[in-house]
Design a protein around this ligand. Structure first.
Ligand SMILES: *[C@@H]1O[C@H](CO)[C@@H](O)[C@H](O)[C@H]1NC(C)=O
Ligand SMILES: *[C@@H]1O[C@H](CO)[C@@H](O)[C@H](O)[C@H]1NC(C)=O
Ligand SMILES: *[C@@H]1O[C@H](CO)[C@@H](O)[C@H](O)[C@H]1NC(C)=O
Ligand SMILES: *[C@@H]1O[C@H](CO)[C@@H](O)[C@H](O)[C@H]1NC(C)=O
Ligand SMILES: *[C@@H]1O[C@H](CO)[C@@H](O)[C@H](O)[C@H]1NC(C)=O
Ligand SMILES: *[C@@H]1O[C@H](CO)[C@@H](O)[C@H](O)[C@H]1NC(C)=O
Length: 486
């Protein structure tokens, strides 16, 4: 409640006009006056008069820039009027002043960051330039389709490529083999521009172009090419099945897995004996967190193709998850045994080590996890994610932040297109209070992001850091006091 002296002061100034005279108000009345405006803003809030709430809170904050209640109320009004940028700054102020201890403010910060992220991502996606991912990423992607006839054709090196200058799909094939990936899409387009009688590789060109559209984040174009394959009468069953598998995968990324369920049914009718179908369907089920259904699909994929290494280790992993959930000790022992056997059988498959070390980390068997990292780094030395994960392990295990940062930087050196490395290092830098550096790293990750969903997430990280940086200096709160939001 304002004291009677300050009430007299308010009356004297004629209330509404106070803002202009702030400097002339004696210190002892400022607090009372700020309270007065804050309370009036609360009344406006009841009436849902958001612009009046904002005006009164602003007056209160001008009188006391650390007035948490007024900052919080203004943030709420700004959220109601979808003024995300200001809402973020105000809620960040509250978070900083309360040292990130106010649950409702943290939740609001998350909400506002998501909305701001959506807005920023929608704009960024319009101006986005397709980026070809790293060579390692592309290779991993293609190796996850063990039975795709087009990919088999791409790997064949026996077929003579012919003399003279190559055109169309054959040119794309050469570009693929020599890792000149930026030439793949134009060469496929060249094939597809040929008339029916001139072209013998239309299906192959559609399939390869679809994959590169997907890899470069051009999902709509990718889906169109897949549809062309599915509708083609002369495409064989396996080719169609593979097109449908990709359809499933892409729709999951572009929209949601719910939208892919009918494709999943068609696939089961067409390809009940094809290992890849099960393997990729389980990835979708994992995304939808249907772990039990995924487990039975992995089992089926392994039955159909016992030499499909990635499916074999994913089965081990899903067995492990099931054993943990159901507290089945026998299955737990079995899955550990199967993991070791898988490492013996597929000593060159990175996935085996990666999933096994994930299990080891989870079980806090850090020493063994570290040994697995050292092994996988030898067989997959160009995988930046592995460096990053190893850094995270050291952080979790020994709190060695300098060493972790060093590993992550090494990861970026190996693959300067690793979105995951930039994002993770950025998050670590936020924790260390290096906000400017973190923002720079998040921006690099944003430039590499392929889907809108990824972008929303990355923009949220960046905007949180940017707002903290701005508010910390405004309020005079040192970066050493900063902690990460969310
Ligand atoms: C969060 O902060 C605001 C503003 O100070 C306050 O009104 C609210 O009660 C706080 N909520 C919690 C859960 O601490
Ligand atoms: C690298 O390792 C990660 C796991 O750390 C794995 O998911 C991925 O498939 C590997 N390959 C590439 C190219 O990232
Ligand atoms: C394919 O045809 C389209 C339109 O007919 C043309 O714009 C494009 O340049 C052609 N692309 C190639 C690679 O031949
Ligand atoms: C995708 O799924 C959502 C939720 O099930 C539905 O509302 C939406 O209409 C679907 N969109 C398409 C294009 O199928
Ligand atoms: C799948 O395999 C089983 C057994 O090998 C066979 O009887 C069945 O006809 C096959 N189904 C299809 C659709 O190929
Ligand atoms: C799996 O690999 C082994 C050894 O390389 C081979 O003998 C066997 O025929 C393969 N099985 C299948 C189903 O391809």
């Amino acid at each position: 409640m304002p004291s009677s002296a300050s009430l007299k002061w308010q009356i004297a100034l004629g209330l509404g006009a106070v803002g202009a005279a702030i400097d002339t108000i004696p210190e002892e009345f400022k607090t009372d006056l700020a309270t007065y405006y804050q309370n009036r803003a609360a009344a406006y809030e009841q009436l849902k008069k958001w612009s009046s709430v904002i005006t009164d809170c602003t007056k209160a904050i001008e009188l006391n820039n650390r007035y948490e209640k007024a900052l919080y109320r203004r943030a709420k009004a700004e959220e109601m009027t979808k003024d995300w940028v200001n809402a973020l700054d105000d809620v960040t102020s509250v978070c900083l002043l309360q040292n990130f201890g106010n649950q409702s403010a943290l939740l609001m910060a998350d909400r506002v960051l998501k909305e701001l992220g959506k807005k920023n991502a929608a704009e960024a996606i319009k101006n986005r330039k397709p980026v070809i991912p790293s060579k390692n990423f592309i290779k991993t992607y293609f190796s996850s389709f063990s039975e795709d006839p087009v990919y088999k054709k791409l790997r064949e090196t026996t077929e003579p490529l012919g003399l003279g200058e190559l055109k169309g799909f054959l040119k794309a094939k050469l570009a693929f083999a020599t890792e000149k990936y930026e030439e793949v899409i134009p060469a496929c387009t060249e094939e597809l521009n040929l008339s029916e009688s001139e072209s013998s590789y239309k299906i192959e060109a559609f399939s390869l172009r679809a994959s590169f559209y997907f890899l470069t984040g051009q999902f709509k174009e990718a889906l169109e090419d897949l549809t062309a394959i599915i509708e083609k009468e002369d495409a064989d069953l396996l080719t169609k099945v593979n097109a449908l598998i990709k359809d499933l995968q892409y729709i999951c990324r572009l929209k949601s897995c719910q939208n892919a369920s009918t494709i999943s049914i068609v696939l089961m009718e067409l390809g009940p004996n094809i290992s890849d179908v099960f393997h990729h369907r389980c990835q979708v089920k994992l995304l939808m967190e249907k772990t039990e259904e995924a487990r039975s699909d992995f089992k089926k994929a392994v039955e159909l193709n016992p030499n499909f290494s990635v499916a074999v280790v994913q089965k081990c992993y899903s067995d492990y998850r099931h054993a943990m959930a159901s507290q089945d000790v026998t299955l737990l022992m079995q899955s550990m045994h199967d993991f070791r056997k898988a490492i013996d059988r597929f000593p060159n498959c990175p996935e085996t080590y990666i999933l096994f070390k994930q299990v080891k980390t989870e079980r806090q068997e850090f020493q063994e996890a570290e040994e697995l990292y050292q092994q996988v780094m030898k067989i997959d030395p160009n995988n930046a994610s592995i460096f990053v994960h190893r850094g995270l392990l050291l952080l979790q295990w020994k709190g060695e932040i300098e060493k972790a940062v060093e590993l992550m930087k090494e990861g970026i050196k190996i693959d300067d297109k690793s979105e995951f490395a930039y994002e993770t290092l950025g998050t670590v830098e936020v924790q260390r209070g290096n906000l400017l550096l973190a923002i720079e790293l998040f921006n690099k990750a944003i430039a590499l992001a392929r889907s809108e969903m990824e972008m929303v997430h990355l923009f949220s990280l960046r905007d949180a850091a940017a707002s903290q940086l701005k508010i910390a200096s405004k309020l005079g709160v040192g970066p050493h006091l900063l902690k990460g939001v969310s």
